[in-house]
Design a binder for this molecule. Structure first.
Ligand code: GUN
Length: 278
């Protein structure tokens, strides 16, 4: 039986720690503020943005909501971001992605001040991470490090395999595991002998984006398996990139879907926002 790494419990711990800090900051006259921007009405984005605002309310962060129409121009969005960059009451700026196709996503990310880049997507934040300097770290991989640390899973010296090389998860994940002195391999869709590569892993982080792709044949006995995927199956049930029922008996620890990595992303966004305010 694998240890279940419970993201609901660990994210709640983090949010409760932040709530205490935010309350203390308030008594010193400092209120933490976050701007949450959504352009258009993508239903999934609306759910994510709603959850982020709820987390702000729980912790005591003041959130300012900007729900902009689909037709918003890039210039209008940049103008809003620049105004928020100058606003001393706003410590974090979040633009929910994806933005509509007529807006250049990278230009929007670059418009956010690195001091308020609570998503950790700005090239300066990414560069800082890659050379081991201070900066905001992308929330999902930062959350995974917290899951491992708070479950007393050592990273130092371990064979870590990350499947996926996205800017938001795979690449920053690899850099964070390296920073923790793991031995890191990044696998992806063109990797040859993916199974053999995965079977080397003491810690396997799966962000492939394919439902239940990773079964027990990819996993070494006793490995720690972190599942970043989330999909709704034909049976209407949520599942990850990992075939949980197949992998759970061989792993020493595993994250469930839902309730594993997912809740950690928002907790780390809140963490970044409190950091930004300090
Ligand atoms: N869309 C999907 N995930 C994210 C995220 O972590 N941050 C933002 N801003 N948009 C997203």
């Amino acid at each position: 039986m694998a240890q279940l790494i419970d993201g609901k419990i660990i994210s709640k711990q983090i949010k409760d720690e932040l709530k205490e800090q935010v309350t203390a900051m308030k008594t010193e006259g400092k209120e933490v503020g976050m701007a949450v921007i959504q352009v258009g009405k993508d239903p999934a984005s609306t759910v994510y943005v709603g959850n982020k605002k709820k987390a702000c309310a729980y912790i005591g962060i003041r959130s300012e909501s900007y729900e902009l129409p689909e037709e918003t121009t890039q210039e209008e969005l940049v103008t809003l971001i620049e105004r928020l960059n100058r606003d001393d009451a706003i410590h974090g700026i979040l633009v929910q992605l994806p933005v509509p196709a007529h807006i250049d996503e990278q230009a929007i990310i670059r418009a956010i001040s690195p001091k308020k880049d609570v998503d950790g997507f700005h090239p300066q934040s990414v560069g800082a991470l890659s050379i081991g300097q201070k900066g905001f770290v992308s929330c999902t991989p930062a959350g995974i490090i917290q899951l491992l640390k708070r479950s007393n899973i050592e990273i130092e010296g371990k064979e870590c395999v990350v499947i996926g090389r996205s800017n938001i998860v795979g690449k920053p994940m690899a850099l964070l595991l390296l920073r923790e002195n793991g031995t890191v391999t990044v696998a992806h869709s063109r990797t040859k002998n993916l199974k053999e590569v995965c079977k080397r892993a003491d810690i396997l982080v799966v962000a492939v984006g394919r439902p239940k792709m990773i079964d027990a044949s990819y996993v070494k006995e006793g490995a720690v398996v972190i599942d970043v995927g989330i999909h709704r199956g034909a049976d209407n049930k949520l599942c990850g990139d990992v075939d949980f029922d197949s992998v759970e008996p061989v792993a020493s620890a595993i994250t469930p879907v839902p309730g594993g990595v997912g809740p950690m992303t928002i907790a780390m966004l809140m963490y970044n926002c409190v950091e930004a305010a300090r």
